[in-house]
Ligand binder design. Sequence first.
Ligand SMILES: Nc1ncnc2c1ncn2[C@@H]1O[C@H](COP(=O)(O)OP(=O)(O)OP(=O)(O)O)[C@@H](O)[C@H]1O
Ligand SMILES: [Mg+2]
Length: 275
Amino acid sequence: MPETTVPTSSPNVPKLELDHVSVTYTTRSGDSVEAVRDMSLRIEDKPGVGEIVVFLGPSGCGKSTVLKCVAGLHLPTKGRVLNDGKVVEGTSGDRAMVFQTYTSFAWLTVQGNVEYGMRLAGVPKDERETRAKEALKQVGLADFGKRYPKELSGGMKQRVAIARTIVNRPRLILMDEPFGALDPQTRWDMQSRLLDISRVADNTILFVTHDVSEAVYLADTVYVLSSRPAQIRERVDVPIFADRSIKLKQTPQFREVESHLMELLHGELSSVRVG
Ligand SMILES: Nc1ncnc2c1ncn2[C@@H]1O[C@H](COP(=O)(O)OP(=O)(O)OP(=O)(O)O)[C@@H](O)[C@H]1O
Ligand SMILES: [Mg+2]
């Protein structure tokens, strides 16, 4: 039967849909671990608009599992994930993942790392170089193209990973606690850079974190997840703050959203920790 193609810009086709997704792992010893239970959500396609959707949930709740299902690295036990109306059955260049740990190739320069995916895709040399330089500039590494990853700090390595992802212009970028290992100052800097990147690109970033302040600062929408098995506890639309600078975190408006999310999350944590 021919595949039905639905135009990606159609208002009726969401960019991403989770349709009753459940995931249960079977461990080597044969035990079942239920990681995600009956999760459904829709992220609408907004052509020309960059958007950040955050999954906020306690440690071990199933956040990475959700992201892996969206990436096509793991298939749901029940339900389906649809990207632009098509069922996700494996990985695709349209959905790129940035992991928490740095994943650069040690034997390639920074520029070589950023060009790597384009090289595999057969992008001509001149175009590769231009696009890689542009991406490095966006993450603040314009002068570091000739360095090797081992010569960079943790924050800079993570910027290489982000440059390597955005240079391929995926429509969906999946970020799994990418700033978790960074010191607070670097983390803050990276959050601001990510906002700048998302504002100029027509893509959706799915961002996983357990940090409430990070969620409020970055998100257009936050899905608060329950403890394991992950279920959507609440969807919170974050108001558009006119000024996303360091001062913002001190404002009553920011604090209000933060404390609402904190309550939802802590309600979860206390329910897990009883006993
Ligand atoms: N391949 C696997 N086999 C068996 N169990 C797994 C596997 N991967 C994850 N799990 C279990 O599923 C649950 C959810 O894991 P997951 O990594 O999705 O959580 P998380 O919210 O990302 O955790 P963290 O906050 O620590 O990153 C955990 O109990 C974990 O031990
Ligand atoms: Mg995880």
